[in-house]
Design a protein around this ligand. Sequence first.
Ligand code: MRU
Length: 366
Amino acid sequence: MKIQGHPWRTVWLNADAQVEVIDQRFLPHELITAVLPDVASFERAIREMWIRGAPLIGVVAAYGLAVAMRHDSSDTSLLAAQRTLLATRPTAVNLQWGLARMVADLLPRPPQDRVQAAFALAAHMADEDVSMNHQLGLHGLALIREVARRKPGQRIHILTHCNAGWLATVDWGTATSAIYQAYNEGIGVHVWVDETRPRNQGASLTAWELGQHGVPHTLIVDNAGGHLMQHGQVDMCIVGTDRVTARGDVCNKIGTYLKALAAHDNNVPFYVAMPSPTLDLSVHDGVREIPIEDRAGEEISHMTGLDAHGYLSTVQISPTGTPTNTNPGFDVTPARLVTALITDRGLCAATPAAIAALFGPQPQPH
Ligand code: MRU
């Protein structure tokens, strides 16, 4: 997508053949990039959320293994880097998928061939992410067109949660791909952007990227969605996902489940944009089987933003000593609350049969 008219991706090889990423900690206030020269820097970038979003985590981790090979292309180095990166964030299945795919390709090769092969495969995975997101966006676009057909001349209001935009992927985004494509063809879309406490990915990232592209949007507090749905102001919800199970349960940013409940209660369609690598056919019951990231309490007790002088600063918002030791980063929306999965292979009901029919009964290589 474009920033101030110039095309960008979230990760790329720079002129010195170093891996460079947009450091998302500083958005929307500053556009800063970071070079990741070694495995330790990839570990920090993923763990500390310089980059985040399930698809992007998978691709950046793949580049992390390529960089590891550049330093030492032995089996020991490859497997150690895989272990290190795998331990950074537990919930998004794309991390283990990206690492496993790289290791399966590299391990059988002689060490002297691994650097070139690793960078080639990581670049391929980045391009594949872009084309899958574009493709799933076309399927989502068909849904938006259908609403537009039923509401001629009126705005289409779409609610989204967290950031499943291009910043969460290599490009296009998942939930936003259909929205960008609808906007590009002149459909009057308007996006309700959940702020997405505690890290405010909606406020800082989704609002920023929609604004850069010119897509009309309104930032709302996380608890406003139910009210807006009751008053007929939401035509559909589209969210991203960190892992979808074989029976269609959807894990995504904390708060997604509450939006799905409100959508169900108000007959608002609730769509989940899922690129193929985010499907984990090895798990069924999402609530019981998906590991949920347990994050630091400071994310609840403190907030970061620009102060009156334009400096990034962090302020405390709860009394000193208030317990904040329960901060799950994700939740699971049961399949029964999901209207459909929007995938790169087409629309798919969130049922075991429909998922098996579209993605095959065999588990994906994870
Ligand atoms: O903690 P984050 O910012 O990595 O969480 C991101 C999300 O929950 C996204 O909705 C999800 O990864 C899908 S991104 C296309």
